[in-house]
Design a protein around this ligand. Structure first.
Ligand SMILES: [Zn+2]
Length: 314
């Protein structure tokens, strides 16, 4: 109850002023794990929301970054997240609203107070999209990379204090979840989810404090996702479209009815919605009501910098 109260207070603050949150250490509590939305919007810039990105806080440290869409560079700093504390970065897919700010965030490696090493995982490529390793090479490869001046990220050289290694390509068609990161504190799995023809991953983050599952964009048609997400304390799902969306949109995204049914089947302790855009934003409360017809746990409409800590155990 205490935690739920805290969340309500945080949401109130975010609704009132994202700026006020910059000084709020709410996601930095010791003795728990929390997720902070860097961006709660989609790829449209008219809604004053950054695109997708989340920081996972464990014992007050910013340990994981999942996605780095446009605008998350600024929110990363506002959240008080530190490159010095990161252990893992996961990129769900290579739409700009999930990946475009990665170079901008990593450039901060010139200005770190101490050395660090971070693992980076993303999906396998396709004809139309790069793999994680080819994206990394296209950005930071020596000579050919768009930002070849940051090639020191490969080994923490050239004044850059961050080593990005290993860089992992995850088979998004694999039947079983792929273990992508593990240390004494946290274990991370990735699993392919159907987002049109875009190779896309969901991430499952397990620590002694509980489990967070972050679904990026998906249309909800892969049955294995329910098993992948079962047991989650916090489930993050995109609310990108409305039930009346056209077939093309539904090939990419799950409408509220599908999000509600998925959440009901997974039955997390709380559901956090992000990736609001267009009509999903225009009738946000109406769309949430549809989700609540199926899923009866607490549903939170995420804002930029909203923080959600582990709910109290039942
Ligand atoms: Zn997408």
């Amino acid at each position: 109850m205490k935690n739920l109260l805290r969340i309500a207070i945080v949401l109130g603050l975010t609704a009132a002023s994202a700026g006020a949150l910059a000084a709020e250490p709410v996601c930095r509590s010791s003795g728990t794990m929390g997720i902070q939305l860097l961006g709660s919007g989609g790829p449209i810039s008219d809604d004053a929301r950054a695109s997708s990105g989340e920081v996972v806080w464990i014992d007050g440290k910013s340990r994981l970054l999942i996605d780095a869409g446009g605008g998350t560079y600024l929110r990363f700093g506002q959240a008080g997240a530190r490159l010095e504390d990161l252990h893992f970065i996961g990129i769900s897919h290579f739409h700009t609203d999930h990946s475009a700010d990665l170079p901008a965030i990593l450039k901060g490696a010139y200005f770190m107070a101490s050395d660090n090493k971070v693992a980076l995982a993303g999906p396998d490529g396709s004809d139309a999209f790069p793999s994680m390793s080819s994206f990394f090479k296209d950005m930071f490869g020596s000579k050919s990379g768009a930002f070849a001046y940051l090639e020191g990220l490969h080994d923490g050289s050239d004044g850059l204090r961050l080593t990005v290694s290993p860089v992992i390509d995850v088979d998004n068609h694999a039947e079983k979840p792929s273990l992508v990161y593990k240390d004494a504190e946290v274990t991370v799995y990735a699993y392919g989810i159907p987002h049109g023809d875009v190779p896309t991953l969901a991430f499952r983050i397990e620590s002694k404090y509980g489990t967070i599952v972050i679904s990026a964009d998906q249309n909800g048609t892969r049955k294995g996702f329910v098993d992948f997400a079962k047991g989650a304390d916090i489930l993050v799902m995109p609310a990108a479209i409305d039930d009346d969306a056209d077939a093309g949109s539904k090939y990419l995204h799950a409408p509220p009815t599908v999000v509600g049914k998925l959440a009901a089947a997974i039955d997390p302790k709380m559901l956090v919605l992000n990736h609001f855009m267009g009509k999903s934003l225009k009738d946000k409360d109406g769309n949430v009501k549809i989700i609540q017809q199926y899923y009866h746990g607490p549903v939170y409409e995420g804002r930029d910098l909203s923080c959600f800590e582990m709910p109290a155990r039942k």
